[in-house]
Design a protein around this ligand. Sequence first.
Ligand SMILES: Cc1cc2nc3c(=O)[nH]c(=O)nc-3n(C[C@H](O)[C@H](O)[C@H](O)COP(=O)(O)OP(=O)(O)OC[C@H]3O[C@@H](n4cnc5c(N)ncnc54)[C@H](O)[C@@H]3O)c2cc1C
Length: 399
Amino acid sequence: MKKRVVIVGSSFAGYSTALNLAKLFEGRHDITVIDKTPEFTFLPSLVWHPFGYRHSEDISFDTRPIYEDHGIEFIQSTVYGFDLEDQLVYTHQEDIPYDYLVLATGTKPNYSSIKGYVPEHHIFSICTMHEAERTRLAWKNFLQNPGPMVIGAAQWSGYFFAAYEFLLNALYHLKEEDLLDQVPIHFITAEPYLTHFGIDGMHKEMKGCEHLFDRYGINWRTNAEIKELKRGKVILSSGEEIESSFSMIIPQYSGIDAVRTTHNLSNFAGLIKVNNEFQHLKYPNIYGAGGSVHIAQEDETRVPCGVPRTRYCTDIMAKTVAYNIAAEILGGSRVSVTNHRLYEYCKQDMDHLSSLLFRNADDQSHDLDFIKKNSSDKWANMSISEYIESSFDHEYLKI
Ligand SMILES: Cc1cc2nc3c(=O)[nH]c(=O)nc-3n(C[C@H](O)[C@H](O)[C@H](O)COP(=O)(O)OP(=O)(O)OC[C@H]3O[C@@H](n4cnc5c(N)ncnc54)[C@H](O)[C@@H]3O)c2cc1C
């Protein structure tokens, strides 16, 4: 009898799981993808948006024609809950039954975890297209009225590299506009050392990064926990108060509400706990991939950092999920990936990024011009067109 796999989320994790499953099923079983939007937005490129290197249409594409070509059903709807016993996904239009469920719902910024973090007011971020657009306007205004600036990543944020990328882009622009001496800069991070990235990361880049920060007069605070954000001020738990006319802070992330509020589905942060095959610990017909999955931090840090679920790491989870569901339905061997290997995949993403950001950072030849040179492509990731192309590549199926 035909089985139905329902995938909620159609970004890196959902898109990749769906296409891989379609190749493995060859039409023998049904695949349904549900997302509130058919547009796949390439989140890593949001960092570039405020600086004018990307427009919304450059960093998103419509997934529907691709799904149609692969015999995958797409339903545009917002999921508001799940019935795990009766195997139903609740949407505002209908209840959708599943035999297998894949949660590829990513994360959402958890602003309320920091007092005063109200994006509509005075703090900027780049977590969503809407916020990146707001930040773009604010940045334009800031260049007209420069003052002290704080860039950083909060406790539990995980995506520290986005803060570094934003900082170097900002530095480049300030340098181009001849404003560097009018902008005292602070970089605040929960990491225990620069370039830790939540994965006890890039020791070899740490000194280069420090030298770069020293050269541009950036005051940095590691092990920093943000206590409160006020208009014109960032307050740390240490009691330090830092003046700021422009603050861009990567917040903490948590699981989406529909997952967080379903009994027995996720942990306190709304993230799903899975085994090495990305199978839910209590419900074996439920799988998770990408941002929605809990990955424990390997090292202990004074301030909790959170672990980034990067694009490559997400892709590996998605392929593993596709293989394992196909193995269960069609027969064949299952695949497992240890936490340690996931860390290695994250490190590969981070290694690529940091070697570009901090290459030659400890000599004077690191002049920030590489930002401009690489702006036509996203240096740390494949461009979006390469990403789409690679998803049709046969080799892509390999883990
Ligand atoms: C600012 C930023 C910069 C980043 N930079 C990099 C980088 O340089 N390199 C890198 O490797 N990684 C980077 N990442 C991480 C990368 O974006 C993630 O690895 C990736 O987005 C995870 O994909 P995902 O599919 O799990 O989740 P997401 O991309 O978050 O997608 C979740 C999907 O679920 C859908 N959804 C959510 N809730 C519902 C609902 N209730 N109903 C229906 N649909 C729903 C959403 O619409 C979305 O399509 C960055 C992340 C951020 C935030």
